[in-house]
Ligand binder design. Sequence first.
Ligand code: CTP
Ligand code: MG
Length: 242
Amino acid sequence: MAADNLKRRFHVVIPCAGSGSRVSIGLPKQYALLNGVPMVVHTLRVFQSVKGLAQSVLVVAPEDLVMGDVLRQWPQSEFFVSHTGGATRAQSVLAGLNALIDKGVGLDEWVLVHDAARCLLTPELVEKLLLACFEDPVGGLLALPLPDTLKEESHGRVGKTLDRSGKWLAQTPQMFRLGLLRQALVSAGQSVTDEASAIEHAGFSPLLVPSAAFNFKVTYAEDLQMAQAILSDRSRSTHSPT
Ligand code: CTP
Ligand code: MG
């Protein structure tokens, strides 16, 4: 049983040091209120409800004054805040991994990196990723087979239609061992926009774990409305009499 528990242990890094410029609500988008609760709290509650969650980190910008207040109002026992966010997502994630190492987390432990703005993630999807990757030598990510026809642009018009078979949209969480991911991010540099790209750059092939369209990232203002609608619908179905 103890060995089983150890096998299930995982840590989470949530990069939160972006400015949310495309949503444009005057503060980073993870603080937008959805059903009266900040978006990031919805995200954290998902991980808090999954068995095996161990010490985890929220990486915010050095000047962020909001996250401390949020966690005082909505405490999340496994998460601590690190004011070490960088200029790129890759830098913020790397800072989060270093913060975990500073807390004594081992290089061979599993880390799930997840965008704060994917607040519609479910415990079931996290479980699916964990189950698929725990025994995997590399790790993997949630992803969605491309649903639409794919066009390549040429001067504002269709240049050509690309073959969509075998194309996937990368989501998060993305799950890798701390030491491998840290090394991969250091080598890949600033330009990678997800962890899997860094792992690929290091010569490995992450596992694709089929996800769901609802696990989208809130990027534009209309995504906020969609997230709000889905969360309201979920909370109605949780509270409706059976
Ligand atoms: N992120 C980060 N550090 C950065 C840039 C982004 O920690 N320097 C985080 C964001 O806070 C977010 C996640 O990475 O949780 C995904 O990035 P994105 O959706 O691009 O968020 P923002 O950068 O905040 O939004 P925008 O690009 O519209 O400004
Ligand atoms: Mg960004």
